[in-house]
Design a protein around this ligand. Structure first.
Ligand SMILES: Nc1ncnc2c1ncn2[C@@H]1O[C@H](COP(=O)(O)OP(=O)(O)OP(=O)(O)O)[C@@H](O)[C@H]1O
Ligand SMILES: [Mg+2]
Length: 437
């Protein structure tokens, strides 16, 4: 395949070094320096020789390729064939690699950066996978490449692991492109923000006109990495639109892209005057792509509603849990207060368990026949023994509440019982012991 930019500048994929190295292109330059023009020229020539192109563009420009080529425009304000739904990257990748479709993705239609980055990285991975089998000539053009293969995954709204996946997918495209018959073309006005590895892997780099304020970092962050380069960034200042410093292998020279365009330049005249009719094969492929995407969308919708239901249930359970936790806290506090209370509490002030209130009301002694040893004790000790006999395992606080006694009075009674070995204390619970005789 031949890519001709000027009579004296032809990239022939059958010739050295491209036949062994493959082709990986970076086109850098300030606004209006001719980057998109050059990338579109490459796309036209590639399409003209039977290749498929995939273009990611944030501004509608490449739809004008439709004037001559059978391409599918996804999203955007002009000549749209389908919406760009970033849902089924594998279906799009298959359409390119198996059915030979050429796709222009209008990335601005994707509302979230995260969705776009995720889609693009998965698309690239699937494309390379399909290409392993199909090996169809495919050119992938990334406009504003600094957003798609950024220098670093940090500092973006998107989680860095998604960026890492994308950088890996593009790097694979750059690294394995030759074997898979894929040519990567990264276009950017901000080369210093494009992933360094991708830049290093490019074996054909174009530097167009930059403005004086860009020169320092272009020198420092880009040109200095090309070994033995005799040009300096200042040489870029005087370039015109369509003129580039091209660096490939150990060679570097300034060229002017003079090869005529086959379609009008979308950046100038985005509206189409004429569109080639779609081939039947393309129609079929587009329909099946639309079907595949529709199916994925429906599945996603179903999943989303199931997810919503599950989320609602989780919210409900969380609310119940919060209630239960509050109750536990309330009980814990009540218990703590109960156990640490030091003051004498009158029965009326205590919220007593129902059974204790009952005991309080009834005379206790007649219900229990007291052994002689107990009978010989004072009345308080007798009462306590009888109560514990009836209701073993009581806390002091409960007895105090039941009798309406203070702590001292109860302690005295308990001491009496303990001296006669008529009382057992386990933990803090009190039990009556039967006398031995
Ligand atoms: N090789 C060329 N031959 C003739 N005209 C050209 C050429 N390259 C660029 N131009 C002219 O320069 C203008 C700007 O080119 P282009 O749209 O490619 O710029 P760009 O570098 O992509 O700018 P931006 O960063 O703003 O997208 C074009 O509209 C066209 O008129
Ligand atoms: Mg442009």
């Amino acid at each position: 395949m031949e890519l001709k930019l000027a009579p004296d500048f032809v990239i022939d994929s059958e010739q050295k070094p491209w036949n062994t190295e493959g082709l990986r292109v970076c086109i850098f330059g300030g606004g209006g320096s001719g980057k998109s023009w050059t990338a579109a020229l490459l796309a036209e020539q590639f399409l003209n020789q039977g290749g498929s192109v995939v273009i990611f563009e944030p501004r509608a420009e490449y739809q004008t390729l439709k004037e001559k080529f059978d391409i599918v425009v996804l999203g955007g304000p002009y000549a749209k064939d389908m919406d760009f739904i970033p849902s089924s990257p594998s279906a799009y990748a298959k359409a390119v690699s198996e059915d030979g479709l050429s796709l222009v993705f209008y990335t601005t239609d994707v509302e979230s950066e995260e969705k776009l980055v995720d889609f693009t990285s998965r698309f690239m991975r699937h494309l390379l996978q399909h290409q392993e089998v199909n090996k169809r000539p495919v050119m992938v053009i990334l406009e504003e490449a600094q957003d798609l293969i950024p220098k670093s995954p940090s500092g973006h709204a998107v989680p860095s692991w998604i960026y890492m996946r994308m950088i890996k997918a593009f790097k694979d495209g750059f690294l394995q492109g030759r074997k898979l018959n894929v040519i990567m073309v990264a276009v950017s006005p901000r080369p210093q923000e494009v992933n360094f590895t991708a830049r290093q892997l490019s074996n054909m780099t174009f530097y167009g006109k930059f403005s004086p304020q860009d020169i320092t970092y272009i020198e420092k962050e880009c040109l200095k990495w090309h070994r033995g380069l005799t040009f300096s960034a200042k040489d870029l200042l005087g370039l015109e639109a369509g003129q580039f410093l091209t660096v490939y292998g150990t060679e570097a020279r300034i060229i002017r892209v003079t090869e005529p365009r086959l379609t009008s330049h979308g950046a100038v005249t985005p509206q189409l005057k004429f569109t080639v009719p779609k081939r039947e094969q393309t129609e079929r492929a587009v329909n099946s792509l639309a079907e595949a995407i529709k199916a994925v969308l429906e599945a996603e919708k179903r999943e989303a509603s199931e997810l919503e239901r599950a989320k609602a249930r989780i919210r409900e359970l969380e609310a119940k849990l919060a209630e239960a936790q509050k109750e536990v806290e309330r009980l814990k506090t009540a218990l703590a207060v109960k156990e640490t209370i030091k003051v004498e509490v009158k029965p009326a002030e205590l919220r007593l368990p129902a059974e204790l209130k009952l005991m309080e009301a009834k005379p206790l002694e007649p219900q229990v026949r007291l052994p002689n040893v107990v009978e010989s004790l004072d009345q308080d000790a007798r009462q306590v023994w009888a109560l514990l006999k009836q209701k073993p395992g009581r806390f002091k606080i409960e007895l105090m509440a039941a009798f309406g006694w203070g702590r001292r009075r109860l302690n005295r009674a308990l001491r009496t019982l303990q001296n006669r070995r008529l009382l057992k204390v386990q933990g803090r619970k009190l039990y009556a012991i039967e006398p031995i005789i």
